[in-house]
Write a protein that binds this ligand. Structure first.
Ligand SMILES: [Zn+2]
Ligand SMILES: [Zn+2]
Length: 134
């Protein structure tokens, strides 16, 4: 069960849907392809280089979707994240960096009114909806 929060920028009307949680029973046919498609190019390259040296058990990876904010500019993101263990004691995690500031984003805790719109760059969203999804 997930949730979907709809936000709207009070300045330019830009709409943003933030999904949280992912159905834990959801298993795509080819989880590797499915995951790689949703990750950034840099993450794809990182995983490819891991796979050159190690065997990744794609059936055992964890995945989630979470809402994060940039601690610097307050831009909101809905990140798809995967994590898996490989080798002796190594772990892969997505970095979820802000594309503007190049810093790692943190869990979204700020009120919508303090978050920045990526379309117009101004601060101020209002929540227009909330619903549970399956
Ligand atoms: Zn930022
Ligand atoms: Zn805006």
């Amino acid at each position: 069960m997930g949730r979907l929060i709809s936000l709207e920028c009070v300045h330019c009307g830009h709409k943003k849907g933030l999904a949280g949680g992912i159905n834990p029973h959801f298993k795509p046919l080819n989880i590797r392809l499915w995951a790689l498609r949703q990750l950034t190019k840099a993450e794809n390259r990182e995983i490819e280089s891991i796979e050159k040296q190690y065997t990744v058990n794609w059936d055992a990876i964890g995945h989630t979707k979470s809402n994060k904010e940039c601690p610097k500019c307050k831009k909101l993101y809905s990140f798809f994240e995967i994590y898996f263990k490989y080798g002796e004691n190594l772990e892969f995690n997505c970095h979820c960096k802000c594309t503007d500031c190049d810093v790692a984003c943190v869990e979204w805790t700020s009120p919508a009114s303090e978050c920045r719109c990526e379309a117009c760059g101004k601060v101020g969203f209002k929540q227009t909806g909330f619903r549970w999804t399956d």
